[in-house]
Design a protein around this ligand. Structure first.
Ligand code: FES
Length: 111
């Protein structure tokens, strides 16, 4: 058995909340062990999940302003693409992204 298969076997979908429990253009957070994940609801109701920690100085991204598929860090205004996790130029860096799906109105997060 390869390590990829082992990893896949330990990856699970976790039910987080109803879509309506995340405000449009807002976020909620979920603690996963030592990390915290921020789930954002975009204006078109897509849900995006990234680490709730800016790669610059650990700003709480869930408290940032959402514009399109970008969140603006509340501390120093770096812009982070919620789909790719990339910090937009002229800055650089990256946050982890996590797969999200919605089933029967429930948000599921894959970890
Ligand atoms: S901590 Fe996010 S821009 Fe500085």
């Amino acid at each position: 058995m390869s390590s990829d298969v082992n990893q896949e076997a330990t990856v699970k979908w976790h039910s987080i909340c109803a879509v309506q429990e995340i405000p449009q253009l807002g976020a909620r957070t979920v603690r996963t062990g030592v990390m915290e994940v921020a789930l954002f609801r975009l204006s078109d109701d897509r849900i995006m999940a990234v680490d709730n920690q800016c790669p610059h100085q650990q700003g709480p991204l869930a408290e940032g302003i959402v514009s399109g598929a970008t969140v603006i860090c509340p501390l120093h205004a770096r812009k982070i693409n919620l789909q790719s996790g990339a910090v937009l130029p002229p800055d650089s860096g990256r946050v982890n992204t996590y797969p999200v799906k919605v089933e029967n109105g429930q948000v599921l997060l894959r970890l």
